[in-house]
Write a protein that binds this ligand. Structure first.
Ligand code: AR6
Length: 168
């Protein structure tokens, strides 16, 4: 069975096959984890993203990692939280689902996810973590992934994930 881990820190430093970006529909960069990934990967990442022609909310597209330690970046577009009755949960699950499909396609054995949508997009952290864990667990057996890291930038988010993983 694949290992699910919680790591607290900067996703751009992780030596894994793929890191996931919390992007926007343009895929042309932004703040938060998106800004950090673009800075660390270098200008070639923006050039690669420009060729993708954007990405719909609730799905993900892949580029190389360029100067990152990770070989791949999976750019996932999470929903903006708008009260919860605008399909936010399904769209967020779609991000994790799409990244697990990309993992299978690119034969990724290790992957790290940030807490998609829980920053400037304001998705409630607890609910987002429950969706993340549930969705990746469903996809793990068919994905080929052996090591999956929930990379949390702050301690409260890390504690939420640790509690969920301890519980199950
Ligand atoms: N490593 C890991 N996690 C990080 C890092 C990092 N270096 N930096 C921030 N986080 P956010 P969103 C955490 O706002 O809510 C961008 O402008 C952060 O603490 O980056 O999906 C995009 O271009 C939070 O827990 O993403 C979009 O326009 C989590 O990453 C928009 O923000 C997500 O926060 C996407 O918003």
């Amino acid at each position: 069975m694949a290992q699910l881990e919680v790591f607290r820190g900067d996703i751009t430093k992780l030596q894994v096959d793929a890191i996931v970006n919390a992007a926007n529909t343009s895929l042309l960069g932004g703040g938060g984890v998106d800004g950090a990934i673009h800075r660390a990967a270098g200008k070639d990442l923006l050039r690669a993203c420009e060729k993708l022609g954007g990405c719909p909310t609730g799905s993900a597209k892949a580029t190389p990692g360029f100067n990152l330690p990770a070989k791949w970046v999976f750019h996932a577009v999470g929903p903006v939280w708008n009260g919860g009755s605008h399909n936010e949960a399904d769209l967020l699950a779609g991000c994790y689902h799409g990244c697990m499909e990309l993992a299978r396609e690119h034969k990724v054995k290790s992957i790290a996810f940030p807490a998609i949508s829980t920053g400037v997009y304001h998705f409630p952290r607890q609910q987002a973590a429950e969706i993340a864990v549930r969705t990746v667990r469903e996809q793990l057996p068919s994905s080929g992934v052996e090591r999956l890291i929930f990379c949390c930038f702050d301690e409260p988010t890390a504690q939420i994930y640790e509690k969920i993983l301890d519980r199950e």
